[in-house]
Design a protein around this ligand. Structure first.
Ligand code: PRX
Length: 651
């Protein structure tokens, strides 16, 4: 396996205390030896506190069942002050947000001074509608700068935002609104993606039918096309926000006041509302964004994720803005108008740090090198990936063709729950190995355990846990702390269990092997198999559904679905049934939830106690029917033969 040294150009002039491996190791050691002292000093220096904290960690993993843990509990702040106000003295005219619209070349930039005015106006508008501290506001928007403004405006007044990715269906939006008891929604008429309009307002209207608690829907107008507006409830952004004052004092809150809720899929039941708080989250995102990407003052930083996911929260909005960086927001898709869009964007805006997902890299690599090589990408210095394991071939392509061998690649492992990056190279310091997320960032103590909980030392493969709390981790699941404890702390009491498998090599490098639970990761979109299954059984023809992931050359994982049909139904018209099922998934989850392969089976493999043996479903979908292991506990072993015989594959 090749190891790539850090290119000289990446290391040169780095202001990073971790610019070398020795520097990294020293800082890692310092944090580990006294985390409280380190983080209190670090956050006091890094973040604008109204009342600086004297306390580090409160509580801990061993007391997590009693109460959520805390960081900096006696401090007070508002996260937006770090993102905006404190930059006004030195960076008022610096570009804060660079927006690249769907239509190529249509761009706008907002300075920190302009961003401040926009956020304050929006914050005042929310207040004018009676929204205040602790209220939950759903944000259902596309990638317009107003989405970032909406997030920051909520935070400014101490309201708690919950951004719902614009691809989610009305049902998904509705269940989130109900779960967090939202009283307001911020949306837009239409989203624009790849030349197509996305009906955000219409879907929001559908989602909100009968939810009287939502008294305000603030609508940003992106297009000239008409949408329906409900009298009293709905109000246009340009009518309400634009006329407000540019000044709005931040609501100063306790460090542990929730900043946002972000829903993410787990292996069971409905999505979980992860709660992140002002103090710890802003400290962690700022710290990791600066160090991992080795941020410099004149960087043009582009993360092409969507604000609807945690990557957009942490590394488009909060981390970069807290660091006074120029952050790019990209409205479009990588293949519009052609597969050169990212590289066109990099060339035109002279992007220095570029952050995307492996699935996009694989898809673009398959389109040929010319889309990349015809652009001048000499501005690039650091290339990041996130969201799923990156296969060495895709990594090499990114390194060689996009980075022209001059850039370091940071393969960043983290989760919605972790708030920010946990395992990753530090751009100027860490030699890389294609496919490895390498080493933990200071403050993160990963441990590998076997299924019995035994800690594995040295080179080993096991279940990835984190031994000690860090400031950026989610504190609870909204309204259900028990579920939080159960999901992350019941498997290995005293440690946070990530749900990922991981191999550690002899150099201590981490290789994430993927989820070990029933979460599937399709093109970097995290979905629970249970969500698919409960949606699919809404179709009359479906008696039972068993959904698992399987390796997919572009999407990382594809979705494989075993169907048990109801009496009297068959799959003679496969095309039609598949279309109808797809429609159900679109309505229940969203357009990004698609099944790649359906297989009709006579029954699901169940134990005598009725539990589906998912391992069998997984192995067959992965094309390894010979590796089923012990199936003697099955109620009807005959089912397995039928499943094996009818197995499908993409080829
Ligand atoms: O399985 C891991 C995978 O994505 C999961 C977290 O998904 P989500 O909460 O949606 O957050 C995605 C963006 C941070 C993880 O449990 N994952 C994330 N980054 C990597 C990864 N797998 C391998 N390598 C990564 N760099």
């Amino acid at each position: 396996m090749t190891t790539y040294e850090v290119p000289a150009r990446v290391r040169e002039g780095s202001p990073n205390p971790m610019a070398t491996l020795e520097g990294y190791e020293a800082l890692y050691g310092e944090v580990s030896s006294d985390p409280d002292a380190f983080w209190v000093a670090e956050t006091t220096r890094r973040i604008a506190w109204a009342k600086p904290p004297t306390q580090g960690l409160g509580g801990g993993f061993d007391q997590i069942a009693d109460a959520p843990l805390t960081w900096f509990a006696d401090g007070q702040l508002n996260a937006t002050v770090s993102c905006i106000d404190r930059h006004l003295a030195t960076r008022a005219d610096k570009t804060a947000i660079l927006w690249e619209a769907d239509h190529p070349g249509e761009d706008t930039s907002w300075s920190f001074a302009e961003l401040a005015a926009q956020v304050n106006r929006c914050a005042n508008a929310l207040k004018a509608r009676g929204i205040g501290k602790g209220d939950r506001v759903l944000i259902y928007m596309g990638m317009v700068p107003q989405a970032a403004v909406a997030m920051l405006a909520c935070a400014r007044i101490g309201a708690i935002h919950s951004v719902v990715f614009g691809g989610f269906s009305a049902d998904s939006l509705r269940s989130r609104a109900v779960d967090c008891k939202a009283t307001a929604v911020i949306t837009q008429d239409f989203g624009m993606r790849g030349g197509k309009r996305i009906e955000l307002k219409r879907v929001a209207d559908q989602a909100l039918v009968g939810i009287d608690e939502v008294h305000t829907v603030l609508v940003y107008q992106r297009t000239q096309d008409a949408v329906e507006m409900e009298d009293g409830r709905d109000v246009w952004w340009h009518d309400l926000v634009d006329g407000q004052s540019d000044e709005c004092a931040p609501e100063i809150v306790d460090a542990e006041h929730p900043l946002f809720i972000l829903y993410t899929s787990g292996s069971t039941g409905k999505p979980k509302g992860q709660v992140h708080t002002h103090g710890g989250y802003i400290t962690w995102t700022s710290f990791t964004h600066q160090h991992v990407f080795d941020l410099r003052e004149d960087d043009v930083y582009a993360c092409v994720a969507d604000v609807g996911w945690i990557t957009g929260h942490s590394y488009i909005v909060y981390g970069p803005l807290a660091n006074g960086a120029t952050t790019l927001m990209f409205e479009s898709i990588p293949t519009y108008p052609d597969a050169g869009r990212y590289w066109d964007l990099v060339e035109r805006h002279k992007v220095t740090i570029f952050y995307t997902a492996p699935t996009a890299i694989r898809a673009l690599a398959a389109c040929g090198d010319e889309f990349v090589t015809r652009r001048d990408l000499s501005s690039l210095r650091v290339l990041g990936t996130v969201g799923e394991p990156i296969n060495p071939d895709a990594w090499e392509w990114y390194h060689r063709v996009v980075g022209e061998g001059r850039c370091n690649i940071v393969d960043t492992w983290w989760q919605t729950e972790t708030g920010g990056i946990c395992i990753s190279p530090i751009a100027p310091a860490t030699p890389t190995k294609p496919g490895s997320a390498t080493l933990p960032v200071p403050g993160i103590e990963p441990v590998l355990r076997d299924a019995e909980g035994v800690v594995l030392d040295g080179a080993a493969e096991g279940l990835l846990c984190i031994r000690r709390p860090w400031p950026g981790m989610s504190r609870t699941i909204w309204g259900d702390h028990e579920r939080y404890v159960d999901t992350y702390f019941s498997m290995f009491p005293g440690a946070y269990f990530t749900g990922d498998g991981c191999r550690r090599d002899a150099d201590g490098y981490h290789w994430i092997t993927g989820r070990v639970d029933d979460v599937i990761n399709v093109s970097g979109h995290r979905m629970g198999t249970a969500e698919f299954e409960s949606a699919l059984v809404h179709h009359d023809a479906v008696a039972e559904a068993g959904v698992v992931g399987f390796p997919h050359p572009i999407k990382g994982q594809g979705v494989y679905c075993y169907l048990v049909l109801s009496e009297g139904h068959d799959m003679d018209d496969r095309g039609e049934l598949e279309r109808e099922l797809q429609g159900i998934l679109r309505n229940h989850i969203g357009a990004h939830a698609r099944v790649d392969l359906y297989q009709v089976v006579p029954g699901l493999p169940k134990t005598r106690s009725g539990k589906v043996m998912r391992r069998i479903l997984r192995k067959v979908a992965e094309g390894q029917p010979e590796a089923l292991g012990d199936i003697s506990t099955l109620a009807d072993p005959g089912v397995v033969e039928a499943i094996k015989a009818g197995a499908r594959s993409l080829a």
